[in-house]
Design a binder for this molecule. Structure first.
Ligand code: NAD
Length: 479
């Protein structure tokens, strides 16, 4: 494969109305100039998606065949995994280990999982009065606009594409402007797999230009969005005009709660990966650590030593575990949160400084703050970087009250050997995903999404079928 920089619309690679550079954050070099879809290209993508959706070649396609197409796409991603993973690492700055061993295998597994759903979208037969047969059908929505972020570029694209295609929709995918390259490669593989032209369109572009034009376009039936809570609000507001459906997977400030009776070595490992995996650019990052007061000093010593051992490195090196922050803007944003933590009086125990590899790149040290107070900015706002805020708690009730004191509700972790306590804590945490004695586990079959301002709707699992189908109730007179 080779890099693609043009828009994929209706099976053709076309020019956009503008271009923008995409930068390797580890070297600060421009990798490529990517074409941007303006309103005219968004409109062309919608027309081609609509035509392809209504074409009997897709609309009436035998579901077993749709399943095979998804499976074939998974095979093609697998065959090209090395090149796609390298591209993801160059574009995003994430370690090669994460791209090649975690993100891309998840993409493959996800297309396979949803290949399995394509021929199992059955409805119900409803018992009704009188001589009638009443049954329901699950029908596709039509044209899905998928707008995705830069932190797991291809992975999250697959969270939208796989179920949308399995359910028989056509898709227009807009990757984040920082990381467009792997989405374009996926578009190429979708064509090669045999999806009819126009069923998968990929149109890079900046959010307020391409994304906004998609959300406002009356020809798109649903926006499947993953990104920040702030942008989610704009998307929901703009979508109201054409009353299109939206699902929103948004930000988080997830708590990781460590009780005194936990396996502290395991908890220290889990807390470390919970915040530093993916450079902390993970929606469900365990960015607020709550430690039971009686063991806090002991636990923090272990944790700080682990954080100090997480040195930044060249993302292409297989041993690197802390890569480059995705962009200069995000680098500055994360550093400004570190400054605010210091100026508000939190105790900096590890990291806290920008870093570089061979004198270049937007790196930041693994950073741990202690003695954070609940009203500090670093305890309340999503930083989306390798910065951990630690607070103390006295007992279970105090832990839960503090953990739930947030506008978000994406995920929550708890570490304890007491099974009853784990479940009591889990039941009361306001979160779409709970992890007990583990953190950051995902599978294509397990639903993922947020409570409160972390979003609405669910990605993955059986639940995703409902996001990409609509129900039709059919009445048949039997007399
Ligand atoms: P972002 O909101 O800035 O951008 C997300 C996408 O929205 C991008 O493609 C962007 O171009 C587009 N966009 C921006 N403005 C737009 C507009 N006005 N109209 C339409 N589209 C627009 O988010 P980001 O910085 O790329 O990603 C980080 C955020 O994503 C974090 O808040 C993180 O928590 C969240 N996230 C959530 C999940 C989840 O599953 N809940 C997963 C990953 C990331």
């Amino acid at each position: 494969m080779e890099l693609r920089t043009r828009l994929l619309i209706g099976g053709e690679w076309v020019e956009g109305s503008d271009r923008f550079p995409t930068v390797n954050p580890a070297t600060e070099e421009v990798i490529a100039e990517v074409e941007e879809a303006g309103t005219a290209e968004v409109d062309a993508a919608v027309r081609s998606a609509r035509e392809a959706f209504e074409d009997p070649a897709w609309r009436d396609m035998d579901p077993h065949r749709r399943s095979k197409l998804l499976w074939r796409l998974a095979d093609l991603v697998q065959e090209n995994l090395e090149f796609i993973a390298e591209t993801e690492t160059r574009d995003n700055g994430k370690p090669a280990f994460e791209s090649a061993k975690v993100d891309l295998p998840f993409v493959v597994a996800n297309f396979r999982y949803f290949a399995g759903w394509a021929d199992k979208l059955s409805g119900d037969v409803i018992p009704v009065s009188g001589p009638f047969l009443n049954y329901t059908l699950r029908e596709p929505l039509g044209v899905i606009g998928a707008i995705v972020p830069w932190n797991f570029p291809l992975n999250i694209a697959s969270w939208k594409l796989a179920p949308a295609l399995a359910c028989g929709n056509a898709v227009i995918l807009k990757p984040a402007e920082e990381t467009s390259l792997t989405a374009l490669l996926l578009g190429e593989l979708a064509l090669e797999a045999g999806f009819p032209p126009g069923i998968v369109n990929v149109i890079p572009g900046r959010g307020p230009i391409t994304g906004q034009a998609m959300v406002e376009h009356p020809g798109i039936d649903k926006i499947a969005f993953t990104g920040s809570t702030e942008t989610g609000r704009i998307v929901m507001r703009s979508a109201a005009e054409s009353l299109k459906k939206v699902s929103l997977e948004l930000g988080g400030k997830s708590p990781n709660v460590v009780f005194a009776d936990a396996d502290l070595a395991a908890a220290a490992r889990g807390v470390t990966t919970g915040i530093f995996y993916g450079k902390g650019e993970v929606c469900a990052a365990g960015s607020r650590l709550f430690v039971e007061a009686s063991i806090k000093d002991e636990f923090m010593d272990v944790l700080v030593a682990r954080a100090a051992g997480m040195t930044v490195g060249d993302p292409t090196h297989p041993k690197t575990r802390l890569g480059a922050i995705v962009s200069k803007a995000q680098h500055e944003r994360v550093l400004s949160y570190i400054e605010s933590g210091i100026s508000e009086g939190a105790v900096l125990r590890a990291g806290g400084k920008p870093a570089s590899v061979d004198g270049r790149g937007f790196f930041i040290e693994a950073t741990v703050f202690d003695d954070v107070k609940p009203d500090m900015k670093i305890a309340r706002e999503e930083i989306f970087g390798p910065v951990l805020a630690t607070l103390a708690f006295s007992d279970l009730d105090d832990a839960i009250d503090q953990a739930n004191e947030t506008i978000y509700g994406l995920a929550a972790g708890v570490w304890t050997r007491d099974v009853g306590k784990a479940h009591r804590d889990g039941r009361r945490e306001n979160a779409g995903t709970g992890w007990v004695n583990t953190y950051n586990r995902y599978e294509p079959g397990s639903p993922f999404g947020g409570w409160k301002q972390a979003g609405c709707g669910r990605d993955l699992g059986e639940r995703a079928r409902e996001e990409y189908t609509q129900t039709k109730s059919v009445w048949v007179a039997l007399d």
